[in-house]
Write a protein that binds this ligand. Structure first.
Ligand SMILES: Cc1cc2nc3c(=O)[nH]c(=O)nc-3n(C[C@H](O)[C@H](O)[C@H](O)COP(=O)(O)OP(=O)(O)OC[C@H]3O[C@@H](n4cnc5c(N)ncnc54)[C@H](O)[C@@H]3O)c2cc1C
Length: 389
C-alpha cells in the first residue's frame, strides 16, 4: 500500500518492511497474547529484533545501527506494531528516545559508550522526563542534580519510565536550576548498574503490558561531568527535540494498531452472518469499514510525510515539530477509533481474549497519552499556527 507514488520508497525500504513483517508474524504473533497476559518483558524476541538491526535503524553502522533512514524506521515499526504494540513501544524507545537523542546531542565518547550497545540490541535504553507531580508540564519537576566538582549528585523520583525495569542506560532529565523552571533542566546519561540508582515498582497497565514500565529513584547518584548530555540548562530543548522524533514513532505505532484492527474487522465482516446475510452487507457495518479505511489512509499520509520532514531536517536543520505532532495526533485518534470500531464489528467475540481485537483496543489508548497527550499535540500545532510561544 505504501508504494502509491507520493513517497520515495526504495528496494531497501521494501526489504526492511518485509523483514519486519516476517519477523512479527513468525516470532511475535505466537507469543503476543501470552506476554500481554503475564506482563512479562519479552527478552527473547527483543534480543532477536536487536540482531536484525531493529533497535537502531537510523543509527549509522559504525555506531552499531542499521544506517537506514526515517522512512525505513516507520515502515518497520508499523509492521511490528501491527502484530504487537508492546514490542513496538520497546523498539521505539530504543530508536527514537534513546539513540536518536544521543546521536544528535552527544559527544563522540557518549555515542561510543551508550549508543553502540543499545543500537546493536545488546542493551536496552530508556528516557526519563516524567515525574509523579510533573507530566505535561516538565518545568515543575522536583528531582535535582547538584554539581560538586567534576560530578553531579542526583536525587529524586521519576515515574512512568518505559523499559526501566530492564534498561541498562537511561537518558535522564532533571533540574539543575529550579528557579529557571524549564530552562533549568539538564540532561544526563545514567548507568543503571551504578550505586544510587534504584528501580521502583512496576506499573500494572491497561495495555502494552509486555512493555515494562516503572518508577526510578535516585539516591545520591554520582554522575560524572562527561555523562552530562549537552550543556547545563539545555535539557528541555533536548527533551522536546527528541520528542519530535519520538512522536513520529508513536504515530507509526498507532498506524500499525489501526491497520490490525481494520484487517480483522474486514475479514470478520465478510464472514460473519446475521439475519441471513454477511454483516458487511449491512450499511451500519459497511460504513464503519469505509470510515476506518479512510482515516487509516489519511493517517498513513501524515506519518510518512512526517518521516520525510525529519529526513529533510537532517540536511537543513529545520524543525519538524508540527508535522510530527499532526501525525501523532491524527494517527493515535485513528488507532483509538479503529480499535473501538473493531470491537463493535466483532460483537461479543470482540470483547473476548480469544481474539486480539480487545488487545488492540487496550493498546491503542496509550498512543493518545505518551510522548505528549492529544491535548498537548493540539497546543503544539495551534501555537505554531498562531505564532504563539
Ligand atoms: C505506559 C506509559 C509509558 C510512559 N513512558 C514514558 C517514558 O518512557 N518516559 C517518560 O518520561 N514518560 C513516560 N510516560 C509518561 C507520559 O508521557 C505522561 O503520562 C504524559 O505526558 C501525560 O502526563 P501526566 O500523566 O502527568 O498527565 P498530566 O500532565 O497531569 O495531564 C492530565 C490531563 O490534563 C491534560 N492537560 C495537561 N495540561 C494541559 C493544558 N495545558 N491544556 C489542556 N489539557 C492539558 C492532559 O492532556 C491530560 O488529559 C509514560 C506514560 C505511560 C502511561
Amino acid at each position: 500500500m505504501a508504494g502509491n507514488g507520493l513517497f520515495p520508497f526504495t528496494d531497501e525500504h521494501e526489504s526492511i518492511r518485509q523483514a519486519a513483517r516476517n519477523f512479527a508474524q513468525k516470532e511475535i504473533a505466537p507469543v503476543a497474547a501470552e506476554f500481554d497476559e503475564t506482563g512479562e518483558f519479552p527478552s527473547k524476541t527483543i534480543k532477536k529484533m536487536g540482531e536484525l538491526g531493529f533497535m537502531g535503524i537510523e543509527v549509522p553502522e559504525e555506531y552499531g545501527g542499521a544506517g537506514m533512514d526515517t522512512l525505513a524506521y516507520v515502515l518497520a515499526l508499523e509492521e511490528i506494531c501491527k502484530v504487537d504494540a508492546a514490542h513496538g513501544t520497546i523498539m521505539s524507545v530504543n530508536n527514537s528516545l534513546f539513540c536518536n537523542g544521543i546521536m544528535k546531542f552527544g559527544t563522540e565518547a557518549q555515542k561510543q559508550k551508550y549508543v553502540v550497545p543499545v543500537a546493536s540490541g545488546k542493551a536496552i535504553g530508556a528516557y526519563s522526563l516524567t515525574e509523579p507531580m510533573s507530566g505535561s508540564d516538565a518545568g515543575t519537576m522536583r528531582s535535582r542534580a547538584v554539581r560538586q566538582g567534576n560530578e553531579y549528585i542526583i536525587n529524586g523520583r521519576k515515574s512512568w519510565v518505559t523499559s526501566a525495569p530492564v534498561a541498562e542506560y537511561i537518558v535522564l532529565f532533571t533540574m539543575t536550576d529550579p528557579e529557571k523552571k524549564h530552562r533549568g533542566i539538564t540532561a544526563f546519561l545514567i548507568n543503571a548498574s551504578q550505586p544510587g540508582f534504584v528501580r521502583g515498582k512496576k506499573e500494572p497497565k491497561l495495555g502494552i503490558r509486555a512493555s515494562a514500565t516503572s518508577e526510578i529513584l535516585f539516591e545520591d547518584y554520582h554522575c560524572p561531568l562527561e555523562d552530562r548530555l549537552g550543556e547545563e540548562g539545555e535539557g528541555f530543548k533536548i527533551a522536546m527535540a527528541v520528542l519530535d522524533a519520538g512522536r513520529i514513532g508513536i504515530a507509526s505505532q498507532a498506524l500499525g494498531i489501526a491497520e490490525a484492527a481494520y484487517e480483522a474487522s474486514l475479514a470478520y465482516a465478510k464472514e460473519r452472518e446475521a439475519f441471513g446475510a454477511k454483516i458487511g452487507e449491512f450499511q451500519g457495518i459497511s460504513f464503519k469499514i469505509a470510515d476506518m479505511k479512510t482515516r487509516i489512509e489519511a493517517a498513513r499520509l501524515l506519518v510518512y510525510n512526517a518521516a520525510l520532514a525529519k529526513e529533510r531536517a537532517k540536511k537543513t536543520g529545520e524543525r519538524f515539530t508540527s508535522e510530527a505532532a499532526m501525525a501523532k495526533l491524527f494517527a493515535s485518534e485513528t488507532a483509538m477509533f479503529a480499535a473501538h470500531t473493531a470491537v463493535q464489528i466483532h460483537g461479543g467475540i470482540g470483547y473476548s481474549k480469544e481474539l486480539p481485537v480487545e488487545r488492540y483496543f487496550r493498546d491503542a489508548k496509550i498512543t493518545e497519552i505518551y510522548e505528549g497527550t492529544s491535548e498537548i499535540q493540539r497546543m503544539v500545532i495551534s501555537r505554531m499556527e498562531l505564532g504563539l510561544r
